[in-house]
Design a protein around this ligand. Structure first.
Ligand SMILES: *Cc1c(COP(=O)(O)O)cnc(C)c1O
Length: 230
């Protein structure tokens, strides 16, 4: 608990410092606790030290934790991992936002379920800005088509912005280039489609300060908060 509290305080001060250095207001940057592989007691500790926004990668894993989550502790859950089409319905039960929409068929599945109750949900489109084949996300040159499809055929999805993962083991210049590409893509498509797309979810434990410099509005931190994963 002490450790998590201390790490959390250190991270918040690094976020503040990076924001100030970039001439930004730190309040415009959300801190998401990425809780994949962590069990409920650790999540509750995270809540106790003030974290309220949780990101999970897998629907099943999240379902198990959210089912036993103490309801009086108010928290927000977002999906940040690849979503299989057959888990769209379950994902909509669990998460308040899907941050990893990366293909039109999945958007149609979400739309179909949402239209049953006329519920709306916010989403981010995940873009593969690094070109690494192991990563999910739409290729930058497919973004316009995906966005157009969502706008035309998925009225119950509201695209709030974009999400990306920086390249692994890259030098800071390459990491910055991948994040600035996301920002440029956002600027371009939001203008083209006349949309407000304020959110840029980018930056993880090893690169969140670079992401803040490049305009991140949500940093997603796992190891920096909880220590190494098994
Ligand atoms: C695991 C993960 C994170 C957090 O990674 P850390 O390096 O532990 O901070 C952030 N975003 C996504 C999509 C992830 O899968």
């Amino acid at each position: 608990m002490i450790d998590l509290e201390k790490r959390c305080a250190e991270i918040r001060s690094r976020i503040d410092k990076a924001a100030r250095k970039a001439g930004r207001n730190p309040e415009g940057i959300e801190l998401m606790a990425v809780t994949k592989t962590r069990e409920l007691p650790e999540l509750i500790e995270a809540w106790e030290v003030g974290l309220r926004l949780f990101g999970e990668n897998r629907v099943q894993e999240a379902a198990r934790k959210i089912a036993s989550w103490p309801a009086e502790r108010r928290a927000q859950w977002r999906l940040i991992g690849n979503l299989q089409r057959n888990k769209a319905r379950k994902a909509l039960e669990l998460f308040s936002r899907i941050d990893s929409l990366d293909r039109l068929e999945l958007a149609f599945d979400l739309q179909r379920v949402l239209s049953e109750t006329n519920r709306k949900i916010d989403v981010l489109i995940e873009v593969n800005t690094s070109g690494e084949p192991s990563k999910h996300g739409i290729a930058p040159n497919g973004l316009e088509e995906l966005l157009e499809g969502v706008l035309q055929r998925c009225p119950n999805l509201t695209v709030r912005g974009l999400m990306t993962l920086g390249p692994l083991n890259a030098d800071p210049g390459e990491v910055a280039a991948s994040f600035s590409l996301l920002r440029e893509l956002r600027d371009r498509v939001s203008k083209e489609f006349g949309l407000e797309m304020p959110e840029l979810s980018m930056g993880m434990s090893d690169d969140f300060e670079i992401a803040i410099e490049q305009g991140s509005t949500c940093v997603r931190l796992g190891r920096a908060l909880f220590g190494p994963r098994e």
